[in-house]
Design a protein around this ligand. Structure first.
Ligand code: ADP
Ligand code: GLC
Length: 479
C-alpha cells in the first residue's frame, strides 16, 4: 500500500514534542510491513540548516491561496530504506526560528502557513499518488478537508482514503472568520456541522468531520475525548464519529531510547545494576552541577512547560517536596511563568535543584539514564512518551492515571510485589505528593526497588504492535 503521512514535524527533521518522535518512528516501523511510505513536512529553518542531503526536485508547486497562487519548491530526501520525504520549501512561511511561534504567542499567519502547507502537500501527491492520506493533528487536517470537498482539483488522488490521527485535542487550529477566504472552500462549509466552531474556523474539526477514520494515540484517550472534561468543546463531534475512532498506543523507538545502546550515553547501562545506574547518575550530576550524594534520589522532569503537563501541581507542592531528601532536575521550555518559577527555584535551592530551560536532546537522554524517578503528573496526556522511555531506563515514573499514562504504567503494590511505577488519580497537589512519598519510600527499600526497576525495564512498548494496528486499519479502509 502507498501511504502519505502529512504532518508538521517529524524526527530527524524538526521536533517540538512527541508528535515528531511518532512520525519518524511510525513511518520507519510501517516500512518493513511492506508499505511504501511518503512523508510530507514543511522545510523549516532547522531542517534547511541541518546537514541532511536534500535534493531539490526539478519542478515548482503552484498553490492556490485565497485569490492568488503561491509558489513553493520541494526538497526530497530518504529515511529508513526508501521512505520518500518531501519537504515543502517556502521560506517566507517556514524559514523562521520556531515552528509555530514563540513561547509567548503563535505566529499571526499560522492559518495562512498551514493552509498553504496542506494545499502544497496535495499538489505533491498529485505527482506521487497514494492509496491512503494519513494526516496528523490540526496542522494537517485541512488536507483531508480539501481532498474530500474538492476532489476534482486533485483527480489523481481523489479516491484515496483518509485517516486523521489526533495527538492532542487541546490544539485545534482556531482562527478568526476573517481568514476564511484563505481556504478557498465553499461558504456552506463555514457552518457548525463542518469547520465553524462558535464563530471561528477550526481546522481540526474539519478533519474530524471529513476523515474516513480517526485514531488517537492511546485507548484511554480515545474514551476521554468523548467527555466534556477532555473534549475541549469537540466532544460531541468526536462522539458522533465514535464508530470510526480507535486508540492505538504509540510505541518507542528502542534504537534511540535504550540504555543498552543509547547513542548519547557512555557508558551504556543496560543491566539492572545499581552501580551502573549510579555511574549514570554521577555523570548526570556532573552535567547539572549537583553534588554527588549517593543516598539521595534524583527526581526528574523533561517536558514542554505547559498546564497540560501538570505544572500547577508541581509548583504547588514544590517547597514541600524540597523538605524531603531529594534532588530535582528539570529540562524544558514553554510558558514564561513556569520558566520563571523553575529558574527561581534553582537559585532558592542551590545544589538541590537543577534547571535547564531549552531543548536539549542529549541532556534528555542523560536525564532518563541518570535519574531515579520521573514525574509526569499531567492534567491530560494523549499518550506521553517519556514515561515509556523512563521505564526502559529503570527510572521509575510517577504519573497521573490519565490517557496514555494510565495505559502504560501500573501502580506499584508492595503487598503483591507488582507494578511498574506510582500512579495517582485525582488532579490534586496532595495526591501527587503522596505518590512521590510512596516512590521515595520504595526507593529506600533496596530489594523491592531493584525488583520494581527490573519489572519496569522489562516492559516492551516497541512499535511493532502499533504499526501492525495502523496497517490493519489501512487495510480496512481500502477493503
Ligand atoms: P508532548 O508531545 O505532549 O510534548 P510526549 O511525552 O509525547 O509529550 O513527547 C515529548 C517528547 O519531547 C519526548 O521525546 C521528550 O523527550 C521531548 N522533549 C520535551 N521537552 C524537551 C526538551 N526541553 N529537551 C529535549 N527533549 C524534550
Ligand atoms: C502529543 C501529546 C502526547 C503524545 C504525542 C505523540 O503531543 O501531548 O501525549 O505522546 O502527541 O502522539
Amino acid at each position: 500500500m502507498k501511504i502519505a503521512m502529512i504532518a508538521s514535524e517529524a524526527i530527524p527533521f524538526a521536533k517540538t514534542g512527541g508528535l515528531a518522535d511518532v512520525l519518524g518512528t511510525l513511518s520507519t516501523a510501517l516500512e518493513p510491513l511492506g508499505h511504501h511510505i511518503t512523508l510530507i513536512l514543511p522545510a523549516y529553518r532547522c531542517t534547511l540548516r541541518s546537514d541532511f542531503p536534500l535534493r531539490q526536485l526539478p519542478f515548482k508547486l503552484s498553490v492556490a491561496l485565497a485569490d492568488r497562487t503561491e509558489d513553493a519548491t520541494v526538497l526530497q530526501t530518504v529515511i529508513g530504506k526508501r521512505i520518500d520525504v518531501y519537504l515543502i520549501r517556502a521560506d517566507r512561511y517556514f524559514d523562521r526560528e520556531f515552528l509555530y511561534g514563540t513561547a509567548v504567542e503563535d505566529y499571526p499567519d499560522n492559518a495562512e502557513r498551514f493552509t498553504f502547507f496542506n494545499r502544497a502537500a496535495l499538489e505533491i501527491l498529485r505527482a506521487y499518488p497514494v492509496d491512503v492520506v494519513h494526516a496528523h493533528d490540526w496542522q494537517a487536517a485541512l488536507a483531508i478537508v480539501f481532498l474530500k470537498t474538492q476532489g476534482a482539483r486533485y483527480p489523481e488522488i481523489a479516491a484515496a482514503k483518509t485517516l486523521l490521527t489526533i495527538h492532542n485535542l487541546g490544539f485545534q487550529g482556531l482562527f478568526e472568520q476573517s481568514k476564511w477566504q484563505l481556504l478557498n472552500l465553499d461558504d456552506s462549509f463555514f457552518a457548525p456541522q463542518y469547520l465553524e466552531f462558535y464563530g471561528r474556523i477550526n481546522f481540526l474539526k474539519g478533519g474530524l468531520v471529513f476523515a474516513d477514520k480517526l485514531t488517537t494515540v492511546s485507548p484511554a484517550y480515545a474514551q476521554e475525548i468523548m467527555t466534556p472534561e477532555q473534549g475541549f468543546g469537540l466532544e460531541d463531534v468526536v462522539r458522533q464519529r465514535a464508530d470510526d475512532l480507535i486508540g492505538i498506543l504509540n510505541g518507542v523507538d528502542y534504537n534511540q531510547w535504550n540504555p543498552w545502546a543509547d547513542p548519547y550515553l557512555t557508558p551504556h547501562h543496560g543491566v539492572n545494576n545499581r552501580s551502573v545506574k549510579r555511574n549514570s547518575k554521577t555523570h548526570l550530576r556532573q552535567m547539572l552541577d549537583l553534588p554527588d550524594r549517593s543516598a539521595t534520589p534524583v527526581i526528574a522532569m523533561i517536558s514542554r512547560l505547559t498546564s497540560q503537563k501538570g505544572f500547577d501541581l508541581v509548583t504547588t507542592i514544590f517547597d514541600r517536596l524540597m523538605q524531603r531528601e531529594v534532588q530535582f532536575a528539570l529540562l524544558g521550555s514553554g510558558e514564561p511563568q513556569f520558566e520563571e518559577f523553575f529558574r527561581t527555584a534553582a537559585t532558592r535551592y542551590p545544589g538541590r535543584v537543577a534547571v535547564r530551560i531549552g531543548f536539549d536532546e542529549r541532556l534528555a537522554h542523560r536525564i532518563e539514564a541518570g535519574a531515579d524517578l520521573f514525574l509526569m503528573p499531567s492534567l491530560y496526556e494523549p499518550c506521553g512518551l517519556n514515561q515509556m522511555y523512563s521505564l526502559k531506563y529503570g527510572t521509575i515514573p510517577i504519573v497521573r492515571a490519565v490517557g496514555g499514562l494510565k495505559d502504560t504504567v501500573e501502580d506499584y503494590d508492595p503487598a503483591t510485589e507488582s507494578g511498574t511505577g506510582f500512579v495517582f488519580e485525582a488532579y490534586d497537589a496532595q495526591a501527587l505528593l503522596d505518590a512521590i512519598d510512596r516512590g521515595l519510600a520504595a526507593f529506600h527499600d533496596k530489594p523491592a526497588w531493584s525488583a520494581l526497576r527490573r519489572r519496569a525495564m522489562a516492559m516492551d512498548f516497541s512499535w511493532d504492535r502499533s504499526a501492525q494496528a495502523y496497517s490493519n486499519l489501512y487495510q480496512q479502509l481500502l477493503s
